[in-house]
Design a protein around this ligand. Structure first.
Ligand code: XUL
Ligand code: CO
Length: 436
């Protein structure tokens, strides 16, 4: 069955195209810095926003018109696989991502859930073989079902911890079956509502225990995806333990997980934490922990996780600078953890929204490459830190100085130290010249 008979395979037509179902900037085969755009960007489509979310919000019912509903939940799940791969192929997306509950009905028992997952992942595997499309990452949803009301790995209830372990084991079996390149942990309910009744140390130790069990099981079955933790400061919990990149890195280092774990960073999670997206990428990159990104953007006027499709070229340019500085993001990718607005309820909006996202990241890539070619930011930084190239600065960098020697130096050098203006407004204005 064809679900989108009116949508052809989306082609690159260039900036002058008036066709809304065409890429105007994302040209998969265009070579930038020695790699094609497709290789740089490694786009992935999220099953949950594309196939499962229905357009409801806390104040209103579903709005989305979707052509894949069947007679039973399992039939709907099978139809979704068919429709999802049609979307992936027509968008020329090389990767996809999912939670276990996105793809298969949970049923009444864990056995039934596992059996549904087996049926659906058989279908997905066939589609992957047919199309060459690959699994960027999967994950276990350990936050929607009421059993996770007090967390998963961090739950006060050991039965919930055990159930979470079972879902993660199945997630890793599926990752192996489908050749997943990464495996994500987003701790949606790994946090607390009130410290009055929370043993924070026990909860964090237990989350780490669960992660170590995942590493051990991956080793046992001979499947080692890159493990990723996705930080988010809050929502649904008041305080999530993996608050931001820096907090999550501290957790990774405390529990000695750095050989197996990196970060999956998301635009709207960064802004909820009070950071820019590029801040989070920079923190990860300089600590060798930039794993993958969830591409979306928030709304400055709203204080929650709106997961909008990225359309802000300024942001994607700065994000792509970090990805290029990192020598790419593989085996991670750029996953559109983005959902169409409630008012964009037509099935075709799924294409229009992804085209907007792909084009916005392609613009970011082109702008970032131009900035790097001109050495615009690297020259600026080299000049700004030039005092560490020679003299006392070079000695400091070579660890040749101490408090006594620097006191002696400062006594001679005097208190009248000259600083230079940053001219930051000029810098920002020149940066605008690079926005594609
Ligand atoms: C929630 C979120 C999740 C993770 C995967 O804000 O981003 O969808 O990406 O669980
Ligand atoms: Co996400």
């Amino acid at each position: 069955m064809v679900y989108f008979p009116n949508v052809e395979k989306i082609q690159y037509e260039g900036v002058d195209s008036q066709n809304p179902f065409a890429f105007r900037h994302y040209n998969p085969e265009e070579v930038i810095e020695g790699k094609t755009m497709k290789e740089h960007l490694r786009f992935a489509i999220a099953y949950w926003h594309t196939m499962t979310q229905d357009g409801s919000d806390p104040f209103g019912n579903p709005t989305n018109q979707r052509p894949w509903f069947g007679e039973t939940p399992l039939e709907t799940a099978k139809n979704r696989v068919e429709a999802f791969f049609e979307i992936l192929v027509k968008l020329d997306a090389p990767y996809f991502c999912f939670h276990d509950i996105d793809i298969a009905p949970e049923g009444d028992t864990l056995e039934e859930f596992f059996s549904n997952l087996d049926i659906i992942t058989d279908l997905i595997k066939e589609k992957m073989a047919e199309t060459g499309i690959k699994l960027l990452w999967n994950t276990a949803n350990l936050f929607s079902n009421p059993r996770f009301v007090n967390g998963a790995g961090s739950s006060n209830n050991a039965d919930v911890f055990a159930y979470s372990a079972a879902q993660i084991k199945k997630g890793l079996d599926i990752s192996k079956k489908l050749g997943g390149e990464n495996y994500v942990f987003w701790g949606g309910r790994e946090g607390y509502e009130s410290l009055l009744n929370t043993d924070m140390a026990l909860e964090q130790d237990n989350i780490a225990r669960l992660f170590k069990m995942a590493i051990a099981y991956g080793e046992k079955i001979g499947h080692k995806p890159q493990f990723l933790i996705e930080p988010k400061p809050k929502e649904p919990t008041k305080h999530q333990y993996d608050f931001d990149a820096a907090t999550t890195l501290a957790f990774i280092l405390k529990y000695n997980l750095q050989d197996d774990f990196k970060l999956n960073l998301e635009g709207n999670h960064a802004t909820l934490a009070g950071h820019t997206f590029e801040h989070e990428l920079t923190v990860a990159r300089i600590n060798d922990a930039l794993g993958s990104i969830d591409a979306n953007q928030g709304d400055v006027l709203l204080g929650w996780d709106t997961d909008e499709f990225p359309t802000n070229v300024f942001d994607t340019t700065l994000v792509m600078i970090e990805i290029l500085e990192n020598n790419g993001i593989a085996p991670g990718g750029i996953n559109f953890d983005s959902k169409v607005r409630r008012s964009s309820f037509a099935p075709e909006d799924l294409f229009l929204a992804h085209i907007a996202g792909f084009d916005t990241y392609a613009r970011g890539l082109k702008g970032a490459a131009a900035i790097r070619a001109d050495k615009f930011l690297s020259d600026l930084k080299a000049k700004r830190y030039a005092s560490y190239e020679t003299g006392i600065g070079a000695n400091i960098m070579a660890d040749k100085e101490d408090l006594e020697s620097l006191t002696e130096y400062s006594l001679k050098n005097g208190a009248a130290i000259t600083n230079e203006s940053s001219h930051i407004e000029l810098v920002k204005s020149h940066l605008n010249d690079y926005l594609v």
